[in-house]
Design a protein around this ligand. Sequence first.
Ligand SMILES: [Zn+2]
Ligand SMILES: [Zn+2]
Length: 364
Amino acid sequence: MADVFTYFEDLHKMPEIGMHEFKTSAYIADHLKKMGYEVQEHIGGGTGIVAVYDSGKPGPVLGLRADMDALGTKDGGAAHLCGHDGHMAMLLTAAEIIKEQKLVHKGKLKILFQPAEEISEGALSMLKGGAIDDIDILIGMHGRPIQECRVGQAAPALYYSAATHIRYDIIGKQSHGARPYLGVSALDAACLVVAAANALRFDSNVVYNLKATQIHADAGVPNAVPGNATVTFDLRSQSNDVMDLMIKKLTNAAKNAAASIGAEAVENILHSTPASIITPEVTNIIAEVIKEELGSQALIPPITTAGGEDFFWYPKEKPELKTGFIALGEDAQPGLHDPNMHFDHSALPNGVKLHVGLVKKILG
Ligand SMILES: [Zn+2]
Ligand SMILES: [Zn+2]
C-alpha cells in the first residue's frame, strides 16, 4: 500500500540539483515500474521521466507533473528547500493508488517527473523530448508558504509572474587615469545604461518591475579607467506581453546609452520563466476536485505571486495545451528557498487526494 510519508523521507534524503537528479529519477522510475507503469526515462537527454497508463479507450490525454530538483547550498551540497521532495512523494503515491484501483477508464494518463525547475531548463527539456506532444490537459502543483494558504486549504490557480535576468556586457576601452580621453569608460557607460533603464515606462495597469541588481566595473587598480563592465537586471511582470516588451525596450535603451559615449552593450539572457498561462475551464475542474476531496471549506480563491515557475514554458511553447496549476496549503516556513524551510507534512495526503481526484474527474 502506498505511503506518501515513506516516499517523502526517502526522496528528502537524496537532494540533487537541476539536471543532476540521477538517484532521484532512478528511485522514481524503479517504483513506477514496480507499480506496473510503462516508463520512459532520460526524456530530452536528461533525467526526466514519463509514466503512461493508457485505458485503450478514446478520451483526453491528461498529464500530471511534479518537479524533482533541489537547491544548491553554500557548502556545495543540495537541499530540498522548495518542497519538490513533497511534490514527488505526492504524485508517486497518487500513481500507485491510480494503478491499484484502476482509475483510468477513458483516454490516457501521463505522469511527468520533470528535472531542473529552479534553473528553468527542465520544462524545456521535457518539451524537447516530446513528453507533452500528445497531452491535452496538463496540471502542476506547488506547496505554499504559511502566509498564502494554510494546511487543509488549496487554491485552484496560482498566478506566477514572468521573471527574466539579463546581463549586459559593456565593452569600452581601458585607459590610464591620467589620460581618460584616450579610452572609453565602461563604468560610465554602465551608469548610463542603469539611468536609461530607470527611465523606461510600461503599461501601469499591469504589475511589473525592472531594476538593476548587479554592476561590475574594475580595472584592478585605482588609477585606470575600466574598459569592461557588466550590468545585470531583474525583470518581473504579470503579463508575458509586457515582459517581451520590457526585454526589447531595455536592450534598445542599453545599446543606445552605451553607444552615446562610444561603448557597446551586448545582451545575455541568463534566465527566463513565463508568467502563468492558465485555462479557466481547468481551474473550474480543479476547484470542484478541491471541494470533493478536501471539503468545500478547503477551497480558497486563486493566488497571485511574484515568484516564477518554469511549468509555464509548456503552454508558452504549445499554445493549444490546456493547463491548470494547484496551490496546495503546506504551512511552509519561514519561506520557500529559506535554508531553514520546513512544512507541515500533514499536507502530503491532501496533495495525493487532489491528484487522484483529478484522474477520477477527467479520466473516470
Ligand atoms: Zn523554488
Ligand atoms: Zn519550487
